[in-house]
Design a binder for this molecule. Sequence first.
Ligand SMILES: *Cc1c(COP(=O)(O)O)cnc(C)c1O
Length: 799
Amino acid sequence: MKLTKEQFQKDFKDRLHHKFSIETCDANSVELFQSLGSLIKTYISGDWREDRLEQQRNQQKIAFYFSIEFLPGKMLKSNLLNLGILDLVRDGLEELGLDFEQIAEAEKDMALGNGGLGRLASCFMDSLASTGLPGFGNGIRYKYGLFKQEFIDGYQVELPDAWLTTGNIWEVRKDHEKVDVCFEGHVWLKEDKQTGRLIPVYENPRILRAVPYDTAMVGFRNEQVNNLRLWDIEIPESEERKYYSINERRQIQDITGVLYPDDSTYEGRRLRLIQEYFFTSAGLQTIVKRFKKLNLPIETIHEKIAVHINDTHPSLAVAEFMRILVDEEGMEWSQAWLATVRTMSYTNHTIMSEALEKWPVDMVKQLIPRVYQIIEEIDHRFVTEMSTKFDGDLVERTRILRDGQVHMAHLAIIGSHSTNGVAKIHSDLLKDVVLHDFYVLYPERFNNKTNGIALRRWSQISNEPLSQVLDETIGESWRSDAEKIELLMAYKDDKNVQEKLAQAKKLNKQRLADYIFKTTGVKVSTNAIFDVQVKRLHAYKRQQLKLLHIMKLYLDLKQNPELEIPPRVFIFGAKAAPSYYYAKAVIKVINEVANLINNDKKIQDKLKVVFLPNYNVSLAEIIVPAADVSEQISLASKEASGTSNMKLMLNGAITVATLDGANIEIKDAVGEENIVIFGMDKDRVYQYYREQNYNAYEVYNSDLTLKRVLNTFVDGTIPNIVREGQELFDALIKYNDEYFTLADFHSYIEAQEKIDLLYQDKAKWNKMSLINTANGGRFSSDHTVKRYAEDIWGIVAMK
Ligand SMILES: *Cc1c(COP(=O)(O)O)cnc(C)c1O
């Protein structure tokens, strides 16, 4: 956009005066941030309006991305960067004597997501706008985001994230677009005398009101502005009903109160189902209204609209769309079904069976009776049609209604034209194992779309030192075209460039070291290897394997204090679901191990362990650029894709990885010699499943090193973990180590010894690091959304 520094400074001061009636010198950073944010929103509003009008005028096909989570983090810098005024604003503010970083820091993270799933949705929002694609997000405006994590006595404590208390500067409440969503009551079908059609009659329904709050999704220097629409609930005051007790009001408001803090596990709670239907129905109702303004035949709705179901949470979209088309638009069932299947597409995010959503039939029937009737009809017709072509058992296994439950993934697959996994290995596992039955029914529906990351946030915004080296070395084309980072490959043997990259890394490590000292009081040296594992805490991600490695090094050093190993700082960031006791025990143990090691003088600072509280997007932006080693150590086959693996390699970290998720594609991108692979592959894992002959106790008992290390959990070596240490020990021995941690232990230790050797060869390490950065471009989510646009949604770029 065209803007001079002087104009900006004037606009900014005016805004502060109008908004708060104060001078810049009196304002605190929250007020400064809010003035700045509201000004930026004004700068955006023209393009935002214009793009919406243009979409209408051109009858542009739009992809509506339904996701129960969005995890954008802070938006100020991203918006400024994308508008092309980041430096101008920074300079302008500094000239006014203001600290830009401090102002940016005042923004609250928008943390309406648990982890990878929500972060992916936000990366896609950024990339859709940045590639000029008409995309539109639909989600929930939770009053409280993911809990804030603190450690007390080494234990995780969860505090509410009241992110809206000082207001959300980016959103716009769209009062005129509110819609009603209908729950409960009874529904029966009455024949319409004239047409002979069956019309649903609702008795005593509970009507809830959905109000949208829109946030601009600004494209990178292309004047494209898309929309992220988050739905909030309001008291549906009407002529018939005006009075609600405080209790009733609270109950209603609770519906959009909190984001469920479970990651990779399914929580069968009624309120969650209400949330799912609430935002899905509200979103679809608006979409159909919008389509009708185009005055096109309703049968062609799939030509103008694509609806994406991000994981199973919005799967009810299939039945709700049918309800709208049949009940409200009067379409014939078969025609409506055709349009629905062509409109919908679905992404599967996990093969973990505990995450597969299933709702009790009774609950669905009671809560959304009409939608349930439609699900029954879909299920019935599915069985009728498929039974003529396929084996009865197969059809029975793939039904939506089975064992008294509604299977959400089945609904999504049967009611859509595309089902994709999120990395090659994951998509293969879906076809071959997890969803094999469906693959037999609909082979043409299955495809892969490897995840990606919003490259701008994970380089230009969070890693300015690296960005500068890239500019100086390969020019600035990489800033708009991610694949251009590969130009860096031409300098892979250039000592000067390698050295500059190492210097940039050093700056980032210093920034992280300062942050670590400020938040934990632990002093770490930037000469040490910064070994990073950041992700949700989950047994399948195997933070416990990292712990075993740390304890082995500790024991080695205790035995031989002169042992020559390069110093390491182990850095963790992870939240555990509040009800996930094992994960919380792992947190406690890591914190106590940190206490033990960091305070042991004999270790001579060769090891430090740091668990930074409250891992979120903003913290990731500090940790990722500073990492030397990226730990991606899930049991092969369990991590669908991973995206922190991509962020870290782009930032020059060397990955220690199992052959899982996108790690495999990272290996293919950088070459085997620039990544450290260890452990079983998925075939070995599945062989154990088939043969049922994994015996953790035997592994433990036959390996003295492992035995010694594992015993530290229960023999008092680590203080204050009597209960938690036992819990870990039991998970690994008594309950036979569900994720084969012990089986991979040796191979993992060897991988880490390899890292030690490589790190001591500075030239080699720097070259490997450079090659990782140079090949990060292919994991840009710009690329990923283009594949979705072409292969699945059938949308084209506006810009
Ligand atoms: C990228 C990201 C994730 C995903 O991490 P994985 O290692 O892929 O599970 C989770 N949380 C935050 C805050 C992230 O930025």
